[in-house]
Design a protein around this ligand. Structure first.
Ligand SMILES: NC(=O)c1ccc[n+]([C@@H]2O[C@H](COP(=O)([O-])OP(=O)(O)OC[C@H]3O[C@@H](n4cnc5c(N)ncnc54)[C@H](OP(=O)(O)O)[C@@H]3O)[C@@H](O)[C@H]2O)c1
Length: 296
């Protein structure tokens, strides 16, 4: 199979790329974004339609992963133009490219398409109602994809952290907690938002398993269990044995620019219909991540 991974230097893109690293059956074209490219990378801006088509078309893909997105939730509030350019126009370009190449497309969206008023896990049948620009742009990207390309998988995912770290965001939540714990010895963490934080290596494995079924459509995919960011931080300090004064804070106290849903746990039950096991519990994913990063 000829596989293209767009945004391969992002957290999730990196683990998708790793999954194909030693797989001799596939030919893989990895494409990085315009800002965090390394020397020798093939780069492409997905908002530049001609550049995108010229870069990918000659390769003749069978499957395209779009892991590129404008993911900085607070920055989106001040820069809606860029959020919609990358998260909607970029998706339109990639969907049209996939159609022309007769390729399937695997795309990612977010738990932040929901308003968080539920108190049980969101299913694929629940109506989106985003609270912030990022969520609105990702939802618009979903709709554009559905209208333009039948051969697609759309995965809504949640609270990602990966070994590669998020170069565009600075770092992921786990690394930020460890750094702040070391530097300050004391952190306050939001306790009134519940989600299912997900290790991107776990996610990458499951995404490929679902894609290999050929059953196109929308899927929620997140780690099992749920927690608040505060509980997640406490587990990070407990597993690493760090002595940190870790206390709760409210969303209002955190002073973040973008509104966030108080509850955005995703139900991965649709995997049952495919006979695929859910992703392991977030605590197991976290422990594995910390080991792989050498923190424990
Ligand atoms: N992170 C989370 O907690 C989370 C939660 C829910 C859903 N998601 C979704 O999951 C997917 C993967 O997220 P992630 O955390 O792995 O993202 P990430 O680490 O922030 O990486 C995103 C990548 O997109 C690239 N990119 C941005 N603008 C681009 C453009 N115009 N053209 C080409 N590439 C561009 C960036 O490269 P440059 O910096 O070089 O431009 C970067 O490598 C995204 O669809 C995201 O919306 C993430």
């Amino acid at each position: 199979m000829r596989i293209v991974i767009i945004g391969f230097r992002g957290q999730l893109g990196n683990d998708i790329a790793e999954s194909f690293g030693s797989d001799g059956d596939n030919e893989v074209l990895e494409i990085s974004g315009p800002d965090i490219a390394q020397p020798g990378d093939t780069t492409c801006d997905i908002t530049d339609r001609d550049q995108l088509f010229d870069t990918v078309r000659p390769f003749g893909p069978d499957r395209i992963f779009n892991c590129a997105a404008f993911t900085q939730v607070d920055a989106c509030e001040n820069d809606a133009d860029s959020a919609f350019m990358v998260n909607v126009v970029g998706v339109v370009n990639i969907a049209d490219l996939a159609k022309e190449c007769e390729s399937e497309l695997i795309h990612f969206s977010t738990d932040y398409v929901f308003n968080g008023k539920k108190d049980e896990p969101y299913t694929e049948d629940d109506a989106p109602d985003p609270l912030n620009i990022y969520g609105a742009s990702k939802l618009a990207g979903e709709l554009a994809l559905k209208r333009r390309l039948q051969k697609h998988f759309l995965f809504r995912v949640s609270g990602l952290y990966g070994v590669a770290g998020s170069l565009s965001k600075g770092d992921n939540f786990v690394e930020t907690m460890i750094r702040l714990g070391k530097e300050k010895g004391s952190v306050r963490v939001v306790a009134d938002q519940r989600l299912a934080p997900t290790f991107t290596a776990d996610l990458a494995e499951k995404v490929i398993e679902v894609a290999d079924t050929g059953k196109y459509g929308l899927y929620h995919l997140a780690a099992s269990g749920d927690c608040s960011w505060f509980e997640f931080a406490k587990e990070i300090f407990s597993l690493t044995g760090m002595e940190v004064d870790c206390g709760p804070q409210s969303t209002a106290e955190s002073g973040r620019k973008a509104n966030r849903p108080p509850y955005s746990v995703l139900s991965s039950k649709k995997l049952d219909e495919l006979g695929i096991k859910p992703i392991r519990h977030w605590r197991e994913g976290l422990a594995d991540y910390l080991k792989r990063k050498g923190h424990i």
